[in-house]
Design a protein around this ligand. Structure first.
Ligand SMILES: *Cc1c(COP(=O)(O)O)cnc(C)c1O
Length: 445
């Protein structure tokens, strides 16, 4: 016998064409069901999108197999020449799109990216200012149960009671009193444009770092549909899977130099960019997900096209059209409308909780998430709000007229939330409505 190794065991995929259905029909069946669901429902979750087939192909590529601890040119594993090129492509594309000095594409997602910022800039117990979760901030901006709330002193800043927008005057007062070391600007449920210049002024007055978290809006920024925080901030973090329509992951943009600890400062061994890199690896992570870096590079290539600019502006036009149509149907919106891709329905005056409405809407094929609204009296697991977003339906090619139709679907369900027949008939209409559009990454049935 020439070869005593049983190749059928040694190679998981002897037949290179063996497909998912042949190997694991259970998971394959779940995938088909998820495809069918996404093909026939309205994805209005503000943080979700449809990545392109090219992005999905790179995500599912053999780059998933490679270990590449370290950074291009300084890896701890051999055979990374191609991966070095790949990571450099992703980094250069980010720097070009955002106009920043430094980019790190290794964070596993948005929360780990933010964690790296804490590691790079702060010591435990330092003061951190952020928008509280119920007012639209993210868990990682100093929420009590998160590491950012337990390991650091959290100093919340608030929305203006009337406008429900950031109260920059009060923010300045709080910052002057508390003298935080880091101020976050960004959120998960804030439907307005952030005034980065005003935040930068305040941060400079109190010698604080200013960090923008653009997880939701990075696609809008690249498209020119929302201002770019990069010129105003020390560091900018993002996810790569929301409006920018890449794979699930995160990235960090920064200046090279630390304005508070320049390299000649006795405390600083490394510049800001190097400290960010070291915080990601080796302080927090091991090997980067090379397949995700490949897919991010593809998404950034797509994001640099004129059609992505059109896409980003259409997201905002659609959100404004949906907001207008809902206002006309008697709904309250947090801040009274939107400047970006999301709107938050304020259901405090209605009989059911946000969770209950989200469940009823899902029965009718309208997929949303429930969300706290400013001044919410309900438990965070129930809430009085629903967050809606237009990135995914805009990826399907929908425009303003479709938003009016969507408002009608939502209204039908919310007016008779406990009528099963209404759920069923809207569900059929939604499915019909969706078949007129292509869903990126999902084959037509
Ligand atoms: C989504 C989001 C994150 C975190 O992203 P994950 O990938 O879920 O960890 C961080 N910050 C903001 C503002 C977000 O919206």
């Amino acid at each position: 016998m020439k070869n005593s190794v049983d190749v059928s065991i040694a190679r998981p995929d002897t037949n290179r064409q063996a497909s998912l259905v042949a190997v694991d029909c259970r998971v394959h069946e779940l995938l088909l069901r998820q495809e069918r669901q996404e093909r026939t429902t309205l994805k209005l979750i503000a943080s979700e999108n449809f990545a392109s087939s090219a992005v999905l192909e790179a995500t599912g590529s053999i780059f998933t197999n490679k270990y590449a601890e370290g950074y291009p040119g300084a890896r701890y594993y051999a055979g990374n020449e191609i991966v070095d090129e790949l990571e450099n492509v992703a980094v250069e594309r980010l720097k070009a799109l955002f106009g920043c000095e430094h980019a790190n594409v290794q964070p596993y997602s948005g929360s780990p990216a933010n964690q790296a910022v804490y590691r790079a800039l702060l010591s435990p117990r330092d003061k951190v200012m952020g928008l509280p979760l119920p007012e639209g901030g993210h868990l990682t901006h100093g929420w009590a149960v998160n590491f950012s709330g337990t390991d650091y002193q959290r100093i919340p800043y608030r929305l203006h009671e009337k406008t429900q927008q950031i109260d920059y005057d009060r923010l300045r007062e709080t910052a002057k009193r508390e003298r935080p070391k880091l101020i976050w600007v960004g959120g998960t449920a804030y439907p307005r444009i952030f005034d980065y210049a005003a935040m930068a002024e305040i941060a400079a007055e109190v010698n604080s770092y200013l960090v923008a978290d653009i997880a939701h809006i990075s696609g809008l920024i690249v498209a020119g549909a929302h201002p770019n925080p990069v010129p105003h901030c020390d560091v900018v973090t993002s996810t790569s899977h929301k409006s920018i329509r890449g794979p699930r992951g995160g990235f960090i943009l920064s200046r090279n130099e630390d304005r508070y600890q320049p390299l000649y400062h006795p405390m600083s061994k490394h510049n800001l960019a190097k400290r960010i890199d070291r915080a990601v690896f080796p302080q927090l992570q091991g090997g980067p997900h090379v397949n995700i870096i490949a897919a991010l590079a593809v998404a950034l290539h797509e994001a640099a096209t004129p059609s992505f600019r059109t896409y980003g502006h259409q997201i905002v036009r659609n959100a404004k059209a949906l907001a207008q149509a809902l206002l006309e149907r008697g709904y309250d919106l947090v801040t009274g409308g939107t400047d970006n891709h999301m709107l938050i329905l304020d259901l405090r005056a209605r009989p059911l909780s946000g969770k209950a409405y989200a469940e009823r809407l899902a029965k009718a094929g309208i997929i949303t998430n429930f969300n706290m609204v400013p001044g919410d009296r309900r438990h965070p697991a129930l809430t009085s709000g629903i967050r809606l977003g237009t990135p995914a339906v805009t990826s399907m090619g929908m425009r303003e007229t479709e938003m009016v139709q969507i408002a009608d679907f939502i209204d039908s369900v919310c007016r008779q939330p406990d009528d099963q027949e209404v759920h069923a008939s809207v569900r059929r209409e939604v499915a019909d409505f969706c078949t007129a559009f292509e869903v990126p990454g999902i084959p037509d049935p």
